[in-house]
Write a protein that binds this ligand. Structure first.
Ligand code: GDP
Ligand code: MG
Length: 829
């Protein structure tokens, strides 16, 4: 072991730098939190920075340690515990790219297997007090339901007792060497992570020994191993690689297999040194799989428990995840207790293992066989079988005015619950596949059996595209084993084209403005004739001998006549489907019923206005986009916030009682959120600028909403409820204080980022310039009388924030600031 440490330990300079950084409003801001030690009246300050500030080129932090505890001593502060300098995944930052490593690092490369638990720092004070910390905290805490530091300590004491080591001696040894022992606490009985740590594998895996200095200094892995042996820690596997090339080969090999020596592992941490100054340099190499698959299973299970709806949209592992859901749903349905535990993080691995056992393969075997299994399954499903689970799509093949929409309306009037109709003319956005997406979405509804996908499809290319869309999108909306039959309806027989031309022309003139895009009065006869002739010229009638037309499961070849052609079409379609698929139409409706449905369909009026082509002076302007009413950050773990609020008022019996009463009566706001911007505040000058920025940022979602709104209206889905659209941006925040008066209960929150912006995008980067419009960002928890408006929270929170609260009715309580919460940004229409 290296020799005991005897130098001057005071880190006053570091502390003053940290305290300065604490005053920053954005970049590089430090957060200090005082922790009371469990076995001493001394205190330490836990220091941290925002996750995204580490490793940035343009930010220099006073110390790069992830986990840093300094004694709360004005004159002689010392580092009590120190984590590793934050290190990154291979390729994650510039200085973990292979080329960079090759140029700047030197071997040997000590490869250590990454344990999958929570990190624990162990150290000692001069008087032999043992100090055990989690990443950012130590000592007793009331604000969390699991105290990682305490659980780690309990385990440590047991382990030391087994080795006959007095904990104080151990602490003194750590102090003398001026080191922090860094271990991973892995124990499923305390907290499940992704990999399994049953009783026999549970324990503290010692993976590092850091010197308690500002600059990162850490022991060699063999000394770490030695210390682990002496004090009864579990040891992590490690081995040296001498050349970078060998290391790379090994890692690539393991990552394609997703395992190391047949074991599932999370990945490796590689320790080496910098060429120029010999300082330690760490990077990690995390495996994507089977982690990703397991995490996906966990998320879909939680989703199922919360919403009782089954997800079909998976990024990867579609087949096996569906199999997993098939297996776990009945189990979850039969055990509410299991669902409850699952949501608290227990039984996740057990459920996964049950599935793997029944499936007869390990996770790794599945990953290796996935492709094969998927194909096997597809072959095993009998797609020819038509039964009550089969669903149908009808594609017209036609030119303008042949009566597609009228015929479709006649049919859906006959089966309003089980048949649906999506019109291409109602789709106004750029994304053409919306036609298929909307159709599949509608078809996915339980009661829906058949959807008519109304578009001309007058060319092979368009028909081919329909089949491609089905292949590509079907499993996003429907269960993998749902059988979909595709029926074609050819409206324009090739031997009647000149007749069709005359009649449809006449019909379209009569239809007048009663169409989404072809408005006769606006376009004028010449233009309309031009558009219609274009379709006729390009028309490629069906050819059942070739692809794509030979892919239809059934083709209905309709005739065309002048008199009530759509009535005749509807009848023919009903009869032919009845014959081919009686499961869809067991009994053909009576003539009388069909007549009635047809008459109604002639009165059909579209609700969408669609602009085609480039506008000329005569054309109406694009309708104005509807903007959201407000933009909010909706909180994911409301319960934790409610708990912290409860703790803040525990000493005030009267308020506590009132609090519980309100909670029990469901008086709290249902969806807790922080309002980031409101259309009303956009009337003021500054607010206007900011609101514009928000609208620009979320332009895509706003456009999408506007496009969908019209089609939804058409499906009678539109109501007056607020419609929420999720964005991919997030907000991290912490609580500050609770404010309570006779009208409202609200929580003032602290947002990161200062003027630079408080939101982070999917890459974890700050979204420039988007700040909270409200002067005091807050969450409205509860309105105490029905007439008060939520904006009143602004008034209350501003009162609470002003230095002296004069208003006696306003009660203010400090809240636990350490816990970081996360919220997703939503548009509220
Ligand atoms: P699409 O362009 O193929 O969708 O054709 P539409 O269904 O919009 O029909 C064009 C026009 O012809 C509309 O004004 C319909 O009301 C009218 N139309 C369609 N089928 C019939 C029919 O069988 N009889 C009569 N009298 N009018 C029809
Ligand atoms: Mg139409």
């Amino acid at each position: 072991m290296p020799s005991p440490y005897g130098n001057e330990r005071t880190v006053s300079k570091l502390v003053s730098e940290l305290e300065d950084a604490e005053k920053l409003s954005s970049r590089g801001r430090a957060y200090g939190r005082v922790c009371y030690l469990s076995h001493s009246d001394k205190r330490v300050v836990s220091w941290k920075f925002n996750e995204w500030d580490y490793g940035k080129k343009n930010i220099t932090l006073p110390c790069n340690a992830r986990g840093l505890f300094i004694s709360d001593d004005v004159n002689n502060p010392v580092i009590v515990a120190r984590g590793y300098d934050k290190f990154f995944n291979i390729g994650e930052v510039n200085f973990t790219k292979w080329e960079w490593i090759e140029e700047n690092c030197t071997g040997p490369y000590d490869v250590t297997v990454k344990a999958n638990g929570c990190i624990i720092f162990i150290s000692g004070l001069k008087d032999g007090t043992l100090v055990v910390c989690s990443k950012h905290s130590t000592g007793p805490r009331e604000d969390v339901d699991r105290n990682h530091a305490e659980a780690g300590e309990k385990h440590l004491l047991k382990q030391l007792a087994d080795k006959n080591v007095n904990p104080n001696d151990f602490a003194r040894m750590l102090y003398d060497y001026n080191i922090t022992a860094v271990a991973e606490y892995c124990d499923d009985s305390f907290e499940e992570h992704i990999l399994e740590y049953p009783l026999e594998k549970a324990g503290l895996y010692l993976h590092g020994v850091n010197v308690n200095e500002s600059e990162f200094e850490t022991w060699d892995i063999k000394d770490v191993s030695e210390l682990a042996r002496t004090y009864g820690f579990k040891r992590i596997e490690s081995f040296p690689m001498n050349s970078l090339e060998d290391l790379r080969k090994l890692l690539d090999h393991c990552s394609t297999k997703g395992s190391f020596q047949g074991q599932e592992i999370e990945g490796f941490v590689i320790r080496c040194h910098l060429k120029n100054n010999g300082k330690p340099f760490f990077f990690k190499y995390k495996f994507e799989e089977p982690y990703l698959m397991y995490r996906q299973w966990r998320e879909v299970t939680k989703d199922y428990i919360c919403n009782k709806s089954r997800v079909f949209r998976f990024r990867k592992h579609k087949f096996i995840t569906n199999k997993y859901l098939d297996f776990v749903i009945p189990i979850l349905e039969s055990s509410p207790k299991m669902c409850e535990d699952y949501m608290r993080g227990f039984g996740v691995i057990e459920l996964r293992n049950k599935f793997l056992e029944s499936y007869g393969m390990s996770g790794l075997e599945i990953l290796n066989h996935e492709k094969v299994a998927e194909l096997e399954l597809k072959n095993a499903i009998n797609y020819d079988k038509v039964d009550e689970h089969t669903k149908f799509l009808i594609f017209p093949i036609s030119v303008i005015g042949c009566g597609k929409t009228t015929t479709s309306q006649t049919l859906i009037n006959l089966f309003p619950k089980t048949w649906g109709h999506i019109q291409n003319d109602d789709i106004t956005g750029k994304d053409k596949s919306q036609l298929m997406k909307k159709s599949l979405e509608l078809l996915a509804k339980e009661e829906m059996k058949c959807v008519i996908v109304d578009r001309n499809n007058h060319q092979f290319r368009e028909r081919k595209q329909l089949f491609e869309w089905i292949d590509e999108l079907k499993e996003d909306y429907l269960a993998y084993d749902t059988n979909v039959k595709v029926i074609g309806a050819s409206f324009a027989p090739s031997d009647k084209l000149s007749e069709i031309k005359d009649i449809t022309m006449q019909r379209v003139i009569n239809r007048g403005n009663n169409h989404q895009s072809i408005k006769f009065d606006e376009l004028g006869e010449k233009k309309v004739v031009g558009i219609m002739s274009g379709f006729l010229k390009r028309y490629q009638p069906i050819n059942l001998d070739r692809s794509p037309d030979n892919m239809f499961d059934l083709m209905i070849e309709l005739d065309f006549g002048e008199q009530d052609s759509s009535l005749a079409n509807a009848k023919q379609i009903l009869n032919e489907i009845h014959k081919a698929y009686p499961i869809l139409i067991p009994d053909v409706p009576t003539d009388n019923e069909i007549d009635k449905a047809f008459k109604k369909s002639l009165e059909y009026k579209p609700t969408v206005r669609k602009i085609i082509g480039r506008g000329n002076g005569n054309q109406p302007k694009t309708p104005k986009l509807i903007k959201p009413t407000y933009i909010s950050a909706n909180i994911q773990n409301s319960e934790e916030i409610i708990d912290l609020v409860r703790q803040a008022v525990t000493d005030n019996t009267e308020l506590l009682q009132k609090f519980e009463e309100l909670l029990a009566n469901g008086k709290f706001q249902k969806d807790l959120h922080i309002t980031l911007g409101h259309v009303m505040s956009s009337r003021e000058k500054e607010g206007k600028k900011l609101w514009k920025l928000y609208c620009e940022r979320y332009n895509d979602q706003i456009t999408e909403y506007n496009n969908n709104k019209y089609t939804e209206k058409n499906e009678n889905l539109c109501n007056n409820q607020t419609k929420l659209i999720k964005t991919t941006d997030e907000l991290k925040f912490s609580l500050k204080k609770l404010c309570w008066d006779e009208k409202i209960i609200a929580v003032v929150v602290t947002l990161p980022g200062g003027e630079e912006g408080c939101l982070i995008d999917v890459n974890g980067d700050t979204v420039k310039g988007l700040v909270c419009q409200n002067e005091v960002p807050h969450i409205t928890l509860c309105k105490l009388n029905s007439s008060v408006k939520a904006v009143y929270s602004n008034v209350l929170c501003q009162k609470a924030e002003s230095t002296e609260v004069n208003d006696k009715n306003v009660k203010v309580f400090k809240l636990n600031k350490t816990k970081e919460f996360c919220a997703s940004v939503y548009l509220n229409f």
